[in-house]
Write a protein that binds this ligand. Structure first.
Ligand code: NDP
Length: 325
């Protein structure tokens, strides 16, 4: 460990165990904390319990998180709002997302106002278009052009309802189309990014455009309980990962999150468990070597946990389609 990192670890101890999270400068001048608590309960959830996310948000704030990632579709924005009660507004960065059923330009501001009511906030720090594709309430396709939706996002920013605007699940061509049309450049892109899906070209493109990248599903298929049968390795007990984790006296999930931070992306680990919430943020007092990063790169297989093939016939489906054998 270098002197710089030892000093950093010492400073963290001095601040009462509260982890100090670095910040990334966004292209619009605002700053985003380098890790966030994810709040999606997953496909298998039977619906949110009344206060589980509220509690997780409180534990996260106590551990030093200053960034919460949420969305209208998660149906827990009210819990996030209650969890944030009492925290000075400027001390926390809140990201939320516009759902597919609000893609008409004039639907964006009312949708954000609804999220803000649930969150009990006057503004969010970052508002993202959740997916490039629109749907109607009956799940049929709404082919509203995302350029129109983006104009609604620009309007929401002008009204002060969000400090920054960005995209989620857009591919490079889609982002280029927004920029080529002379519209405001997105400040951030949120995409799936984990050991099995490292997306180096997309990350390099965003870097070249000064667009911050946020990594959702950061653990990918690391845990046996979540991995599909066809998911490539590694799992959490992979010997190569365990060896690195032992070297730094960290856990394998911490090594994975640290790797993402070193790729320059903002991981959004979700947990409802106090000890894991604390574990996941405790990654800013060590640094991986080039050889370790090289090894971690070899797990990149372009494998998606969330391809959402059910939308693959939509004109704005962003990913490679599944080919029927
Ligand atoms: P994650 O990769 O964050 O994995 C979450 C799972 O990992 C949970 O089962 C959690 O369990 C478990 N876990 C968390 N930390 C640990 C640990 N240290 N050790 C062992 N197990 C752990 O998956 P998500 O898909 O939830 O992605 C994270 C966030 O990204 C979401 O919550 C959401 O905010 C965002 N997201 C955005 C999407 C988009 O379209 N923009 C799509 C998907 C996610 P437990 O809770 O029981 O502790």
């Amino acid at each position: 460990m270098t002197f710089k990192w030892l000093l950093f670890a010492f400073i963290i101890k001095l601040t009462n165990g509260l982890v100090q999270v670095p910040k990334l400068k966004l292209n619009d001048g605002h700053e985003m904390p380098a890790i966030a608590l994810g709040t999606w309960l997953g496909f298998s959830s039977n619906g949110p319990k009344s206060n589980e996310v509220e509690q997780a948000v409180r534990w996260a704030l106590d551990a030093g998180y200053t960034h919460i990632d949420t969305a209208w579709i998660y149906k827990i924005e009210d819990q996030v709002g209650r969890g944030l009660k009492g925290v000075p507004r400027e001390n926390v960065f809140v990201t939320s997302k516009l759902w597919n059923t609000f893609h008409a330009k004039e639907a964006v501001v009312p949708a954000l106002r609804e999220s803000l009511r649930s969150l009990q906030l006057d503004y969010v720090d970052l508002y993202l278009i959740h997916w490039p594709l629109g749907e109607f309430a009956n799940s049929s396709y709404d082919s509203t052009d995302y350029l129109e939706t983006w104009q609604g996002m620009i309007e929401a920013k002008k009204l002060g309802l969000t400090k920054s605007i960005g995209l989620s699940n857009f591919n490079q061509k889609m982002i280029e189309r927004i920029i080529e049309n002379g519209l405001e450049k997105p400040a951030a892109l949120q995409v799936e990014l984990n050991l099995n899906l490292q997306q180096p070209e997309l990350v390099a493109f965003c870097k070249s455009q000064d667009i911050a990248v946020m990594a959702y599903t950061p653990f990918g298929s690391l845990f046996y309980s979540k991995a599909a049968p066809d998911a490539p390795p590694p799992r959490v007990d992979d010997p190569a990962l365990v060896k690195i984790s032992e070297k730094y006296n960290k856990t394998v999930p911490q090594i994975v999150l640290r790797y993402l931070v070193e790729l320059g992306v903002v991981p959004l680990p979700k947990s409802l468990t106090k000890s894991r919430i604390e574990e996941n943020i405790n990654i800013f007092d060590f640094q991986l070597t080039e050889d370790e990063k090289k090894l971690l790169k070899t797990f990149d297989k372009g494998y998606r946990v969330i391809p959402q093939y059910k939308w693959q016939d939509h004109p704005y489906y962003p990913f490679e389609k599944k080919v029927n054998e």
